[in-house]
Design a protein around this ligand. Sequence first.
Ligand SMILES: *Cc1c(COP(=O)(O)O)cnc(C)c1O
Length: 366
Amino acid sequence: MTERVFNFSPGPAMLPEAVLREAQRDLLALPSYGMSILEVSHRGKAFTEILAATEANLRKLLDVPAGYQVLFLQGGSRLQFSMVPMNLLGDLAGPQRTADYVLTGSWGKYAVAEAKREGTVNIAYDATATNYDRLPQPGEVKLNPAAAYVHYTSNETIQGVQFPDDPQFGPAPLVCDASSDFLWRPIDISRYGLLYACAQKNAGPAGVTVVIVRDELLTRSPDRLPGMLNYRNFATEKSLYNTPPVFGIYIVKLVTDWLLGTIGGLAKMQELNRAKAGLLYDVLDRSNGFYRGHAQPASRSMMNVTFRLPSDELQEKFLAGAKALKLVELKGHRSVGGIRASIYNAMPREGVETLARFMEEFAKRS
Ligand SMILES: *Cc1c(COP(=O)(O)O)cnc(C)c1O
């Protein structure tokens, strides 16, 4: 039996072991279908049921109100950086063809780069001056009243900066890149015009992206768009405009089954996540400056815990010591440096406890 490690990768990330076991058990043949999920037609009975169940699970977990589509797309969140402006700027022209972007980290910046190809971007807030270590204070977000939508990133995966709740940035439809904290807590979908999340951080494997969009925004999508880039086609065809990522959606079903069943819903998941993150931030705060967090305390992410050690030498020792305890993929992103512990929904508390203990011991003996 191959032994599993605690994988602190920012994504693709750990999946619940129960999900992997179920997928493994049924890989040869889905019970009562006699065919693998890798072989079934996307229009056949087995997958029709899986797709419907996955959507129903997401609607239940997030309490999605009427008037919203839940779509399964491909191309990752990077494609959403383009699809959002392509669709939501619609046929607007001139000064109306503009959107607000709130920048709290690197992913927001990448989203801006793509939006600029489609229209005018107003940077409503940019934390670059402090190296993306904090959320905006009240009054710091400078909105453009003409904006067609306002885009923000609920969790900046690289810097470890996260909004603790659903922000309100003004009257324009709110668009959220929720890639790295999707399903980490209950959210109020009615506050959003559109929310997207690639699955490979917190909801499943790479290859499937969930888009939740208010119906009325779909009327903005211009007919001139390539069919594969038009949300309306995926809404009309119920995510079967072309062959969807069948296996990825199946895993999202198993993950959402796990959230509803074993975990008991998103409020419970949030409680567990907060407790896990608290273990690491407590060590940080009690280390007398040995570990220095990147994010300011009020902006800290419950998903990606970013911090530095006193020297590069100690950091290398830290990574080697952690690896010996089967704690892997802890090296921070090259743009921030230091350590990043990604502790998504599927990271067991035991993994975080082991890391917290190791951090304490390491600080003591260094
Ligand atoms: C990972 C990530 C992305 C990019 O996702 P891809 O599926 O690789 O395109 C975008 N935004 C955030 C916040 C992410 O964490």
